[in-house]
Each structure stands twice: as C-alpha cells, then as structure tokens.
Design a binder for this molecule. Structure first.
Ligand code: SF4
Length: 505
C-alpha cells in the first residue's frame, strides 16, 4: 500500500485527533541528507555560509505529507514502535508540522544526538572555525522554543528528551529550564520509556534525569521492530561492543546481535516506501554474530547476501580496523556481494583514534585485538590498504587531546597519517570529549592545542582535500547526485580557498 493511499491518510487523520504523544526531532535529524547519509556530518558544522545554503546542502527537510515525515531517525522509530506496542496513541511528526498536532498532545518526545553542540565533531568544527555554535545546537533550541511548543507547555504538555546526545543535558541542567524540558532519558530506553510517558500522561512528577541502569538494558526480544521507515534505510543489526575503550559509553552495555529475520523485517519496512538502500548499524558490522573480536565469515556473508537480495545498496555504519585486517579474504568476498549491481563503493565510519601503541594500550586496550597494541600502526595501514583495494571508503576518526597524550604520541599519529596518504579515505580529527569510564577528565579545547597537534590537523585537512574530489565522483554518480554535485564542489572550493588563504595547504 502506498504512503499516499487514502486509507493511510484517513488513518493518519483519525490518529491525529487522538495522538496523546507526539514524537519529533530537530531539522538536522529530520532529514535524509539527499539520500546520502554522510552529508549529515555537515549539520555538526557552524553555519559558515548563509544558513539557508548550509541547510539546503546538508540537511534539507525530509519529505512529509501534511506534517508526517516519510522517513524519521531510527532511534525515534524504535521509541515509536515501543510506545505503540504498549498501547499509546503516538504520532511521529516533522518539526515544522508540530503546530497542526500539538493542541491534542499531552506529551512530546524529542530525539537528539547533539542538543548543545558538544559532540566531538561539532566541538572540533566550532573551535577551529570560530564562527558560532553548530547547526545541531541551533536547531535543537529552535525546536524547543517554538511558540506552539511554549504555548502547549503552558497548558501542561510534558517534554521528554532522549537519544545519544542526552548526556550533554546532564552537564548543563539549566538548559532544562531554558528549553522547557521535563525529563531527560539517557541510555537504551525500551524497558523504561513506556513507564515515563505513562507518568507524563497521568500528570505524575517526572524525574529530571533518568539514567537507564545496566539491569534495564533490553534483551533482543524486548527491542521491537520499527514499524515505519527510517532515514536512509538505516537498520540496526546489533548493539554493544566488546572492545572496552575507556572513553566510550557503548562498551558498558552487553553485546547483542539481531537474528536475520528481525533485520529483514525492518529492511522490508523501508523497502515498502521505496527506500532501496540499507545502512547496517552496529559498532562493528564485521563482527555480526561473533562473541569475540574475530569475524564469523559465515554469518556476516549470509547477512549481506540476504540484504542484497532486496536492496540496491548496502553500507555500514561502523567497522573496526582490526576486524578488517584479521580477515582480508572476508572483505574481498563481501565486496563482491556488496558491489554487485550498480553499487560501486561503500562506506563506514572507522576509528583510528591514535597512531601511538603506548596510548592505545592505556586508553583502548582491546582496540587492536586479536592483534597486540604494539602492532596498531601496522594494523591500521593494512586495514586501510585492504579497504582501498576493495572500494570500501573509510571515514576515519582521530581523537586529539586524549588524557595523557604526549608529544611522542602525536608524532606517531602524524607519521601514521603520512603513511595513509595513498589510500582513499577521509580522516576526521575530533577533540577529546570526556565520556564513558573517563567522563571525569577535562575536555580538550582549542586553547590547549600544541603546535604538533595543529600540524596533525593540517595533515588531516590536506589528506581530505586530496581524496574528497575522488570520493565525490563516485558518491554523486547517480542521477540526483549528478545534479547536486556542482554545489558540493563549490563548497569544497570555498574550504580549499580558505585553507590556502590561511596558508594551511
Ligand atoms: S571500538 Fe568503538 S564502540 Fe567499541 S568501545 Fe571502542 S569506541 Fe566504543
């Protein structure tokens, strides 16, 4: 049945009258980024060009029908599914469509990834460019201070915020008053979200902050399937990570993999509205089905073969360098499956974080596993080389200013980046943000930056300028891409010109 069918519209109108819970997210999240997920990174930058241009380039409004978005962030879809499963009347709406629905609502759930612009990528962009706060923070504030939201709050609407960026609000409780937030849920919410929304609807007092305890982390059976399409066909294949990096919250939760049937059911939800791509989401897609750090060839291969039967394009949210390096043959076989049909490349976010084995051992002891931390630079070079040979494009992150980072550590990272120059990849330096086991350490700020760290940032910029043109050629090779590519070329030229003016490249 088409999204436009009269029966669906009729159902939407009927629900509209009764929707006691509205769910939404700010514009930077309620976008499908022209169908190219990676462009969403642009929303973490401050508006270096006029805002309307940045919005049109990086986070244009997602298609919607009278305020109902065709696609919505995956995390919001999970909450929607859980609340519907528990019997609530729920409607997911576009942030610009709120005014049509808010009068009937008693609670508003807002999904966020970077409410105050404190995520690693936004902090780095904002510090370097020095032109104000990131778009993510601007649009989150705009959403919660909309006149219709303020009006609804005055008559008793409760506002509940959750998502991967919820931690930021705990560091600035004043923001709850400023933005009119009643409750912030931090963590995997499936087991608790129904209880919190029920309290809101009953008019009970809500906790200002609700940290999901480890004992409340849901099992696979307690995680519902999404029932409406997710942005760009993103679907989870599992949760958790066994590598134990000290700065990461994910690693505190247990590792769980979803069965094929569950993954395919969600893929088909997206397929029904014509989304013919799947972004497989896990902290390490190559470890699908494994309970250690070595890939299970049979499981990963079967997963990809199944997905490719239904969609034209498959890519990964994240993968690890160690899992790529330990089994080059698997990556080659997977590339044959993934790059069948018209797909020419695929991408994944991959953490390098440092080139220093000494620092790796201290802060990310299992990052290189099953290799030793001492082998890390070799693991990185080998894995990025394998990715290059198989048209897997890694968007690599580096962490600048990790606690205890020494000059020698930075020199090792610079040397590693030099070695990676010949491989197609993007390298994104991120300032250290205290999370996970080391959340009590100090933030790294641009004022702390030493000359060597500046040199590292320049190396990354040069690397990216070199490769981005090559990657853009493939990334925008479809019809729509060909139409919008000149705009991004102009944008890249503007950045290159600015970098040359500042004598960075
Ligand atoms: S590998 Fe990634 S997800 Fe896993 S613990 Fe380290 S930073 Fe977290």
């Amino acid at each position: 049945m088409s999204f436009k069918s009269p029966r669906i519209l009729q159902a939407i109108r009927a629900v509209k009258l009764m929707a006691e819970i509205l769910l939404t997210a700010d514009r930077t999240l309620m976008s499908n980024y022209h169908g190219k997920e990676f462009l969403g990174f642009g929303s973490t930058a401050p508006p270096i060009l006029p805002e309307c241009i940045i919005k049109a380039l990086f986070f244009p409004p997602v298609k919607n029908k009278r305020g109902i978005p065709l696609e919505a962030p995956y995390g919001l879809r999970k909450v929607e599914a859980k609340l519907i499963e528990e019997g609530f009347n729920v409607l997911t709406v576009d942030p610009d469509g709120l005014c049509s629905f808010i009068d009937e609502a008693k609670a508003l759930g807002v999904y966020t990834m970077d409410p105050l612009g404190w995520g690693p990528s936004s902090t780095t962009f904002a510090s370097i460019m020095k032109v104000g706060e990131p778009c993510t923070a601007i649009y989150f504030r705009r959403l919660l201070t909309k006149p219709e939201v303020r009006r609804a709050r005055r008559r008793g609407l409760k506002v509940i915020v959750g998502g991967p960026g919820a931690w930021q609000l705990k560091h600035k409780p004043k923001a709850l008053n400023d933005y009119g937030i009643d409750c912030v849920i931090d963590g995997e919410a499936e087991r608790v979200v129904g209880r919190i929304f029920r309290m809101a609807l009953n008019g009970d007092e809500l906790p200002k902050f609700y940290d999901v305890d480890l004992k409340d982390v849901p099992s696979v059976d307690e995680i519902p399937d999404i029932i409406s399409p997710s942005v760009n066909g993103l679907i989870e294949i599992g949760r958790g990570c066994c590598r134990g990096c000290h700065f990461c919250d994910v690693t505190l939760r247990p590792l769980r993999w979803y069965p094929y049937e569950k993954i395919l059911r969600e893929l088909k939800v997206n397929l029904r509205v014509g989304i013919r791509q799947a972004i497989l989401h896990a902290e390490d897609v190559l470890l699908y089905g494994s309970n250690n750090t070595v890939p299970r060839d049979d499981k990963v291969l079967k997963l990809h073969e199944l997905c490719k039967k239904y969609v034209d394009s498959v890519c990964w949210s994240h993968a690890s360098l160690a899992a790529i390096a330990v089994n080059p043959k698997l990556v080659r076989v997977l590339s044959e499956v993934i790059l069948s049909g018209r797909q020419r490349m695929w991408g994944a976010q991959i953490g390098i974080e440092t080139g220093s084995p000494k620092l790796l051992k201290k802060v990310m002891p299992a990052k290189a596993h099953p290799f030793k931390p001492e082998d890390w630079p070799n693991v990185v070079r080998t894995a990025i080389g394998i990715a290059h040979d198989n048209n897997l494009v890694p968007a690599c992150t580096l962490i600048v200013g990790l606690p205890e980072e020494t000059e020698d550590d930075v020199v090792k990272t610079i040397e590693l980046i030099d070695d990676l120059r010949r491989y197609r990849s993007l390298i994104v330096p991120l300032f250290f943000v205290p999370l996970g086991k080391i959340k009590n350490k100090d933030w790294f700020k641009v004022e702390h930056m030493a000359e060597l760290q500046k040199e590292l940032l320049v190396k990354c910029l040069r690397h990216d300028v070199h490769w981005v043109k090559d990657i853009m050629g493939e990334y925008f090779s479809d019809l729509r891409g060909a139409l919008i590519k000149p705009l991004y070329q102009l944008f890249m030229k503007a950045i290159e010109r600015e970098a040359r003016r500042r004598k960075v490249i």
